[in-house]
Write a protein that binds this ligand. Structure first.
Ligand SMILES: [Zn+2]
Length: 54
């Protein structure tokens, strides 16, 4: 049997980062380091969405 190491109910190596849905494009986006200080007030995924213009 060539059974490789299986992940048995263990959390993935990646940290589960918080996420939100952009109010402009309705797309989910995850926490970024640049938002570390004001994540609570972040509502858009990018500067473009925050401007509300393409
Ligand atoms: Zn967006």
């Amino acid at each position: 049997m060539a059974r490789k190491h299986v992940n048995l109910g263990r959390a993935p190596a990646k940290v589960d980062l918080p996420s939100k849905v952009c109010e402009a494009c309705r797309r989910p986006f995850t926490w970024r380091r640049r938002w570390a200080r004001d994540w609570a007030s972040v509502r858009y995924c990018s500067d473009r969405c925050r401007d509300g213009r393409p």
